[in-house]
Design a binder for this molecule. Sequence first.
Ligand SMILES: [Zn+2]
Length: 262
Amino acid sequence: MINGEGGLLERGLIACHCLAIETGDGLVLVDTGFGMEDARNPGQLGAYRHLMNPQVRAETTALAQLEALDFGAGDVRQIVTTHLDLDHSGGLPDFPEAEVHVLAVELEAALHPALREKARYVGAHWRHDPRWVTHGDGGDEWFGFESLRILPGIDAEILLVPLLGHTRGHTGVAVKTGDGWLLHCGDAYFNHGEMATPPSCPPALSFFQNLTASDNAARKANRDRLRELASRHGDEVTLVCGHDPHELEREQDRASVAATAE
Ligand SMILES: [Zn+2]
């Protein structure tokens, strides 16, 4: 129902896929997953905890994984968030010095949620008063999408590609890599099958996405545009989303092959 394989009653698996980008000016983190305080105090995640049963452990936080690579919290100078849902923003307090880039409309939603949005945001994730950097709509064109170049001062090319629908201010994040672009699509889709032609999606994930979208028509339209991008420009752009464990494993394999080749 969740992964499209395994038994009907088998527990499904969902990942939190973050990116860490090494630049000449420290690390840029794209999304943060859950954080240390979520692991210490999972009760702060509210009803979501009972619905999704997240396995929040200190050793799988972005901070712990970076420390295992000999980085420290202070090395993360910039965080770019696809959106501020609790499963993407929990690590913000672990990097209190970082600037946090977000679409202005998303920050507005998170700080002043409507009644139906309240369960998705956790105020404890920004109690430390992050150094927000808000961005408006895109200005440039990127493979037919609106885009916005951020962090012009650093040597990595990083664009926001607004993909509204899952939340009010949801955005993709495009990163120029050695061989093309990597587009982190956040929660614009949940399963790699949605980017295939013809598309497919495990039923529980379809249900969940319809249920949680702030604008479901916009969400579906953007998902379909992404599928078209994958089919027309799949050789130049690699798509990953926030929660597909299959994509996470694929990209981890690719990264370790690249590291071995260096
Ligand atoms: Zn999510």
